[in-house]
Every structure is written in structure tokens, then in C-alpha cells.
Design a protein around this ligand. Structure first.
Ligand code: ADP
Ligand code: MG
Length: 702
């Protein structure tokens, strides 16, 4: 149904062709609706006027002043020109400066006149200054319904076209006049009252022009709910579609191989968490629906064993399995581990990677198609066209965040009926994020490490305390332990990073001179052969210390290494710090992680390092990471295939709303509301608006 809001923004008063183009290019706003859903990122209290004398420091906040302009002047010419106005109130002087739109602005400034000035104060050469403030002569300001005004984010190009935050606000005012009668409710009344949502029209009005704090809060809540609810309707419908339509293989039997392995080959008792997950997988594979399960478990929690036992279950039921890992090292490591665990058992196992020789490859491919291989390990090589199975029933994907959605999906098509799928990750994802990113998956968690692991002792030291660590490192080396020292590698300044690493390497070599000590180095600029040779020196224990960038790969496993020193730790994200720390603490000895940082730290960096010292729990760290960084940067969000273009919600901060929306969406599919067709139409529209790609539909709601 055509709606007024779908009209081009070009037709709005104050826009026109060139601004419409700019709005589209800079902010992706092309329709009236887009602008109406372009929300202020904050609101400031404009009922309050500050005094110049009150402004103490570079507070980031926007403030409002009432000042008299004393003089206006233009310095410089051409692109370097700048317009300044000296203004004061009874408590002090402030300098107002413009670098763009000088002519236009100069005409509006008049010495001796009083103005309302609004902007972000700062200090420049000790003088209080406001750059590109909004300014209006006293008495001409547009009437506002409340003291609160929205601040819209904008860009340089837009500001130059007089679409700064104020310009956008003016457009929204124009829009509201013509749009307010065309807003139709999107959420069925019963859900609105169950979750205390205000009507959409009221929410939109109050997000742009809040009448008071309470209504602003209610508006935010309603709009966040709407966004997340729309998203989860899509996710639940997709999941439902998979469950209803798929014809999952039945693994009815717990047969010889599973039992033989369990009673005769398991080198240790399964942890409670491992048992629970295996039970969950068993339950999934006898429902007649296809399993699609995400298994999260910290580094070292024993996911491989769960994967292996699931694959044995498949074999017992006459199905083949495969397990795909992101690197060759890892795939071969899995193969070695599994062959070793299985021992004499009658399970035919093979490994296939990019470097498998042609003859061996052909042999594997033949046997696979003839049903003579039960478990195939490998890398991306597994998804190639020529890899055909006789009867693939179970697929495991290790370190799933390293694969794209498409690569994962291609394994599904290796049988006429999609196999059961288990994706595993050691990068913990907070629950509500997992619900959104992988919402059509079921989630299992291994939240328990095998017994006997000692937590890694973690400390944080400043550069000025550096000397203290050398003695400690020497002690550890005396005990026969090995040490990693890792330097950050941040794209863009590769040269300085490389220099840091070189300096560090030389410094360490001086502190720990040969022949008594041996330090080796590995970084991305080395030839592969040199890298490998140096890696080997460390692996074999010849080198005591390895200085490296973060290139130390997933596969590197040196149980004798007990100390991880991370240089410039403030430059790493939390999940990366946690992954690096996971390289130690693998053997029996007490392990240590030392975070070195500069003396001056941002509040965020301090919070990250303090969290690392406080806890070794990957889930707790990932929750915090999400809070500090927002969802956009987290591992997995980019590859998720879900366009996470949330306009108002934040998956980290709004986890409570995510839970509510998921519950409501699920209840709809379970028939809990018994909606009539008109209400279902509403929901369908909401779902399609918030979900860019989904195969789901609402046909199964009764
Ligand atoms: P990840 O979850 O990181 O893939 P792995 O599966 O590689 O972890 O297991 C890490 C180590 O823990 C392996 O050496 C494995 O043999 C061992 N392990 C796994 N499960 C147990 C258990 N229940 N008890 C003791 N050790 C275990
Ligand atoms: Mg693993």
C-alpha cells in the first residue's frame, strides 16, 4: 500500500534536488520515512543557559550561552579564511569561529547585538572557543515545545550545505507538519498494552520534540522495542521455517561405536558441561527436524571431544560426518587428535586440505562417494564442488566466526536433505547478541573447563614499572619455562609497529643475552620459511623467549610456555587479549599474563585491563566488550550476514528489551495471541521493514 512516507525526501520543504542527493549520499536518507526514523543521538537541555565563567574544561557536552557580540573579523583568505566573533556575557569572553560558510554567517552577525549561542566549548591557546556554533539573535529563536532539543549527527559535507544538526532539526520540523497525519500504528494493540508501549505517532513526536523526560524515555523504549521486535519476528520466522520444512535425519541408535568409545577409549571423565551438550545434540537428532546448533565454549573447554562423539553417533546410524576448520594446521591437528583417540576402533577417518596431493585426494574423493569414509576432517577444501558424500548426515564447523555464512551454507547442500549442523566457537558471544546474530540457531554452552586447570594469573604494569618484570622472567626461565612477548599490529602504521617490535626484540636480547638465553622472533614481514623455522625453535624448546606480533596462529600450542607478556596492551580489544592469554595455561604449571601499558590510559582502556586482571571468564569479558564497544565491532557481527543497521537500539545495552522481543515473537509463532488476519498483516509489514534478508514467512501462524 503506497504511503505518504515513502515519497522522496526531495519533495520536502527545504530540501530540493541537491540536498536530497547529499542526504542520500551522506546519511542514506532518501524517503520521508528515512528522515522520520533518523533519530537524534542525544538530547540537550536548552532551557538552561550557562555563564561563560562556568565553563572550566573541555567538557564534551553541548551547552547554550547568551552573549553580546563585540566584534567580528575575517582573517586569511581563500580556503584558509576564518571568521571570528568575540562575544561576552557578564562573566567572561568567548571566541566564536567559523571556517566554512563565512560569507553567509558574516551577514548574520552584528556587533552590539545579543545572541543565543549553542555548541561545544573548547580551549584553544588558553582561550575559550566555540567552533561552528549554532547562533540566533535573541528573540528570533523558533518556539520549542520543551527545553529539550535533539542533536542529530551530521557530516562535514552536510554542514557545508547548511545541514548541520540545526539544519536537520529544521527539516524534521517541516517534515513533522506534513507527516504526522500519515503515521499508522505498526504493533497490534494487545502487544502494546502487554509491554506498555506508547503509540508510534506519539513516540516519533517525542523522540524528535520531547515534551518532557518521561515521554522521551517512553518514546525511546517504544522505538527500540519496535526495531528489535521486527528483527526478532524475522529471526523466529526463519527458525520456524527451518524446523517445519526440514526433514531431519533420525539418529535413533546409540550404537557400537559411540558406546565402545565411551567405555573403552575416553582418556578422561567428560565434564558435566560436555555431557549436557552431548545430550542436547542427541535430543536434537531424534526429532525428525534438522539440527542447527551453535556450541560456545572457551579455549580449552573440550569442544573437539563433543564433536567427535556426535560424529560417532552419526556413524552408528549409517551416516558420514565432516568437520571443517579454518586453517590447515588446525585441520591436521584435529585429524591427529581424533585418530589417536579412536585407536583401533573401526571408524574410517581421513583429512583433506588444499595441500593434499592429487593422488591421495582422488583416493579420498572416491572412497567418500562410495561410503567408505566415516569421518572427514579438513579445511575450506571440503566445500569444493568435487567433494561428494555418499550420505552426509552431520557437519561440524570449528571456529565458525572465521567462515562466511555462505561457506557454511554450502556444506548443507552436500546431501539431498540438509545434514545436522554443529557450529563451534571459542569466541564467546553474549547471550542476547547470539540470540540476534544466530537467532535461528539453538545455542549450547560449555561453561566448565576440564578439572585441574589453574587460572592464569594476570597483572597489569605500566611502562615505568618495566624493570620489575625482567627478574620475574629470568626466574621463570630458570624453572625451564618459556615466554611469549607480543606486540600489537595495527594496520596503517605498520612501520612504527615493526619498529616497536624490533626495539623490543633488541631490548630483550640485551636483557637476556646468549648463550645463556635464546630469544627468537616471528612477525608478518618474514618469509614463510623463516617464520616456520623460528616457530619451531620455540616449539621444541630451544628458544626461551618468542617475541612476535599477533601472527602466532590459532594452531600454536606450546604447553611449556607459561608467561604471556602483552606490550601496549591498551591497544588491544578485550577479545583479542583474552585469546592471547589463552595461549598459556595449557600445561600443568602456573601460568602468568602480564599486560604492559603506557602510563596515560583512557577510561575504556583502564576498564579493559582491569577486567582482564579480574576475570578469566570469556563470557564475562565478552559482555563487557559489548558494553564498551557496541555490537558493530564484535567478532562475528560483520560475517553474520545480518545487516545490523540498528537505528536506536544497542544490543549491548538493550539486552533486556531483546529478551522481551524474543519472547513476544516466539509467543506469536506458538499461536499464543491468536491474531486475526489484519494484525498478522501488520506484523508481516513490521518484520519485512526490519529484516533485509529472510526466507521466513508468516504462513504458519494459525
Ligand atoms: P577447545 O574447546 O578449545 O577446542 P579442545 O577440544 O582442544 O578444546 O580440548 C582442550 C584439551 O582439553 C585437549 O587436550 C583435550 O584432550 C582436553 N580435554 C577435553 N575434555 C576433557 C575432559 N573432560 N577432561 C580432561 N581433559 C579434557
Ligand atoms: Mg578447538
Amino acid at each position: 500500500m503506497a504511503n505518504f512516507l515513502d515519497n522522496s525526501i526531495r519533495f520536502l520543504k527545504g530540501v530540493g534536488d541537491s540536498r536530497a542527493l547529499l542526504l542520500q549520499k551522506e546519511l542514506g536518507i532518501s524517503t520521508m520515512r528515512d528522515l522520520l526514523w533518523y533519530f537524534p543521538f542525544r538530547h540537550i537541555d536548552r532551557s538552561r543557559y550557562y555563564k561563560v565563567g562556568e565553563i572550566r574544561d573541555e567538557s564534551a557536552a553541548y551547552i547554550q550561552l547568551q552573549v553580546r557580540i563585540e566584534g567580528v573579523s575575517v582573517q586569511g583568505a581563500g580556503p584558509k579564511a576564518r571568521l571570528t566573533a568575540v562575544a561576552r556575557d557578564e562573566t567572561g569572553v568567548v571566541e566564536l569561529a567559523w571556517f566554512r560558510g563565512i560569507k553567509w554567517m558574516a551577514k548574520r552577525l552584528e556587533a552590539g547585538r545579543r545572541y543565543v549561542v549553542f555548541g561545544r566549548p573548547g580551549f584553544f591557546n588558553g582561550r575559550l572557543q566555540m567552533v561552528h556554533p549554532e547562533i540566533e539573535a535573541v528573540g528570533t529563536a523558533r518556539e520549542r515545545p520543551s527545553g529539550m532539543q535533539g542533536i542529530y549527527s551530521t557530516t562535514e559535507a552536510l554542514s557545508s550545505a547548511r545541514l548541520g544538526t540545526r539544519g536537520i532539526y529544521d527539516l524534521v520540523c517541516n517534515l513533522w507538519e506534513v507527516a504526522k497525519d500519515h503515521i499508522t500504528e505498526t504493533i497490534p494493540g494487545r502487544i502494546m498494552s502487554e509491554y506498555n508501549l506508547i503509540p508510534l505517532c506519539e513516540a516519533l513526536e517525542n523522540i524528535h520534540f520531547p515534551k518532557n523526560q518521561e515521554l522521551l524515555a517512553a518514546a525511546r523504549y517504544r522505538l527500540k522495542f519496535e526495531e528489535l521486535f521486527g528483527l526478532h519476528l524475522g529471526i523466529v520466522s526463519r527458525r520456524q521455517g527451518r524446523i517445519e520444512k526440514s526433514n531431519g535425519f533420525m539418529f535413533n541408535r546409540v550404537g557400537d561405536r559411540f558406546n565402545e568409545f565411551y567405555s573403552g577409549h575416553l582418556p578422561f571423565e567428560l565434564t558435566g558441561a560436555q555431557k549436557r551438550v552431548i545430550k542436547e545434540i542427541r535430543a536434537d537428532t531424534v526429532t525428525g527436524h534438522q539440527m542447527n546448533r551453535l556450541l560456545q565454549g572457551d579455549v580449552g573447554s573440550g569442544k573437539t571431544l563433543v564433536a567427535l562423539m556426535s560424529m560417532l553417533l552419526a556413524a552408528d546410524n549409517g551416516f558420514q560426518s565432516c568437520m571443517m576448520a579454518p586453517t590447515e594446521i588446525l585441520a591436521r591437528q584435529h585429524y591427529a587428535t581424533i585418530v589417536n583417540l579412536l585407536g583401533e576402533m573401526d571408524v574410517r577417518t581421513a583429512v583433506l586440505t588444499g595441500s593434499t596431493r592429487a593422488k591421495e585426494r582422488n583416493d579420498i574423493l572416491e572412497k567418500l562417494e562410495a561410503g567408505q569414509i566415516d569421518i572427514l576432517l579438513g579445511t575450506h577444501a571440503l566445500i569444493e564442488e568435487r567433494v561428494r558424500f555418499a550420505n552426509l548426515g552431520f557437519v561440524v564447523i570449528d571456529e565458525q566466526h572465521r567462515f562466511g555464512v555462505e561457506q557454511r551454507a554450502r556444506l548443507w547442500t552436500k546431501n539431498h536433505n540438509p545434514p545436522h549442523v554443529l557450529v563451534m566457537t571459542a569466541t564467546p558471544i553474549p547471550r542476547t547478541l547470539a540470540m540476534t546474530l544466530y537467532g535461528d540457531l539453538d545455542v549450547s554452552v560449555i561453561d566448565e573447563l576440564p578439572p585441574g586447570r589453574k587460572p592464569v594469573k594476570t597483572m597489569h604494569l605500566r611502562d615505568s614499572q618495566r624493570l620489575r618484570i625482567y627478574g620475574f622472567l629470568a626466574e621463570q626461565i630458570e624453572l625451564g619455562r618459556q615466554i611469549y612477548i607480543v606486540y600489537p599490529l595495527i594496520g596503517g602504521s605498520e612501520k612504527t609497529d615493526y619498529k616497536d617490535l624490533q626495539d623490543g626484540f633488541e631490548g630483550i636480547s640485551r636483557q637476556f643475552p646468549p648463550p645463556r638465553y635464546f630469544t627468537t622472533v616471528v612477525h608478518g614481514r618474514m618469509k614463510a620459511a623463516d617464520k616456520e623455522a623460528n616457530m619451531k625453535l620455540f616449539k621444541e624448546g630451544t628458544a626461551n623467549i618468542m617475541v612476535s606480533t599477533t601472527v602466532i596462529e590459532v594452531g600454536v600450542d606450546v604447553p611449556n610456555a607459561t608467561v604471556m607478556v602483552i606490550e601496549s596492551a591498551e591497544r588491544f580489544g578485550l577479545s583479542q587479549l583474552h585469546q592471547l592469554r589463552g595461549r598459556v595455561g595449557r600445561g600443568g604449571g602456573q601460568s602468568y599474563c602480564i599486560l604492559m601499558s603506557g602510563d596515560k590510559l583512557s577510561a575504556d582502556a583502564r576498564a579493559r585491563l582491569a577486567a582482564m586482571v579480574r576475570t578469566g571468564d570469556g563470557f564475562e569479558l565478552s559482555e563487557l566488550d559489548l558494553k564498551l564497544r557496541g555490537a558493530g565491532d564484535l567478532a562475528g557481527t560483520q560475517q553474520s550476514g545480518l545487516a545490523l543497521e540498528l537505528k536506536i537500539s544497542n544490543l549491548g545495552k538493550d539486552s533486556a528489551i531483546v529478551e522481551l522481543c524474543r519472547t513476544a515473537a516466539q509467543k506469536i509463532f506458538d499461536g499464543g495471541y491468536g491474531f486475526d488476519p489484519r494484525e498478522i498483516e501488520l506484523l508481516e509489514e513490521l518484520r519485512s521493514r526490519h529484516m533485509t534478508s529472510t526466507e521466513g514467512d508468516f504462513s504458519m501462524i494459525s
